[in-house]
Structures are given as structure tokens and as C-alpha cells.
Ligand binder design. Structure first.
Ligand code: IMP
Ligand code: MG
Length: 211
């Protein structure tokens, strides 16, 4: 007799096997054949290890005051999903969407709020979760906008910070995953013209401005 439809135990096992074959452990994947992608800046394992460390730090720092995590869409979606599971506190989540780049790989200097928060920030301990700081312009704008809403505290956790960023104490950058060279990178949520967000590791993007 064949296995019943929806045999989750069986599917789980095959899913895990496929992951081991196609993923991160030096085995060639479809991504390696993409000429637009350069070297791996951060591997799946490096990212996972650091996200777990950040989660531990945040768990300790916010033990007495569970945070409201504000994910900045879309780039931070994958980081936020992983980070939230590494924080062992009864936290809450909300999302904002901002756009600073449009389709280009250089900042336009214009930040727009495309989707605002649902939750009132008054008296809350807000932790903004960002994908990457390049010029710092997006975060600087976001910070002002959030501070005006009366949170009890406001801090920022960014997975990546480019070494081009001038140290800016005003940005309340409490947690940084990695400092990276000022190259354009994609993967683990980061895109170029909406592509490569699902790349599991973080790689240099080699091609020029997307067509
Ligand atoms: P900033 O305002 O210059 O700090 O840019 C921040 C935003 O630009 C990030 O939240 C990203 O969405 C995007 N960004 C900056 N650098 C990169 C990159 O290397 N790859 C993908 N997106 C980037
Ligand atoms: Mg982006």
C-alpha cells in the first residue's frame, strides 16, 4: 500500500536530504552558475551562527522589558524571521516598508514610507531590525519618524553595516551582525531590483545597474 497523502514524516525526511545536497556545504548549486553573482561574503553557517549570538544578546538585554521588533521590509524579512526565533522572550512583531533605492544600486536620497506600523509605539521598547546600513540615510529617517511616536526606548539591530558608514552614535546601533566591505551584496533578503532575496547566503552582486 502506498503512503497516505500528506505523510508529513516522509516528506520531512526527504526535505532534509534535499537540503543537505543542494545547499550550503560547498556543493555546487544553481546560484554558482549565475554570472551576476560574485564571491560568497557570508555563508549560511556564518549567518546562522551570528544570528544565534545576536538572539542571545537581545534575550539577555531585554529580559525585563520584552521588545517590539520592527522589521524593515522587504530586505530584513529573512533576518527577522530567523532572529525572532533566537530570542527567547514573549516579543511582538510589526513591519514597516520603506523605499530608498528604487531599482538602482545607489541611494537616491529619498526615503518613502510604503507601509506604516499597525502597533502604537507609546511606552514600548522598540527594536528596529534592518538588513543593511549603507549611507545610513534610511535608518536616520526611520529613527526620527519612530522617536516622534513616544517609545519608551528605541534601539537598532542591523545584520550588515558597510565599512563606508561613518560611525554615527545618533543611530543607536546597538547590535550589528557583520561589518562588510562597501560592495553591493545580495541574498538572505537583500535584493537588486527584487531579485536574489531567496539566495540563502550573501554574495557580491557583480553586474551593473539592473536593466
Ligand atoms: P542607506 O539608506 O544608504 O543606508 O541604505 C539602506 C537600504 O538600502 C537598505 O535597507 C537596503 O534596502 C538598501 N541597500 C543598501 N546597500 C545594499 C546592498 O549592498 N544590497 C542590497 N540592498 C542594499
Ligand atoms: Mg532594499
Amino acid at each position: 500500500m502506498s503512503a497516505p497523502v500528506g505523510d508529513l514524516a516522509g516528506q520531512g525526511a526527504s526535505g532534509a536530504d534535499l537540503g543537505a545536497l543542494s545547499g550550503s556545504r560547498g556543493v555546487l548549486s544553481e546560484w554558482d552558475a549565475d554570472p551576476a553573482l560574485g564571491r560568497v561574503v557570508l555563508s549560511v553557517e556564518q549567518i546562522a551562527r551570528r544570528v544565534a549570538e545576536l538572539g542571545k544578546m537581545i534575550t539577555a538585554d531585554y529580559a525585563s522589558r520584552p521588545p517590539l521588533l520592527v522589521g524593515v521590509l522587504k530586505g530584513a524579512f529573512m533576518f527577522l524571521a530567523d532572529l525572532a526565533r533566537e530570542i527567547q522572550l514573549p516579543l511582538e512583531l510589526d513591519f514597516m516598508a520603506v523605499s530608498s533605492y528604487g531599482r538602482a544600486t545607489k541611494t537616491s536620497g529619498v526615503v518613502r514610507i510604503l507601509k506604516d506600523l499597525d502597533i502604537d509605539l507609546t511606552g514600548r521598547h522598540v527594536l528596529v531590525v534592518e538588513d543593511i546600513l549603507d549611507s545610513g540615510l534610511t535608518l536616520s529617517y526611520l529613527r526620527k519618524s519612530l522617536l516622534a511616536r513616544g517609545p519608551e526606548s528605541l534601539a537598532v539591530c542591523s545584520l550588515l553595516v558597510k565599512r563606508s558608514v561613518q560611525p554615527r552614535p545618533d543611530l543607536e546601533l546597538a547590535y550589528v551582525g557583520f561589518h562588510i566591505e562597501p560592495e553591493f551584496v545580495v541574498g538572505y533578503g537583500l535584493d537588486v531590483a527584487e531579485r536574489y532575496r531567496n539566495l540563502p547566503d550573501i554574495r557580491v552582486y557583480l553586474a551593473g545597474e539592473p536593466a
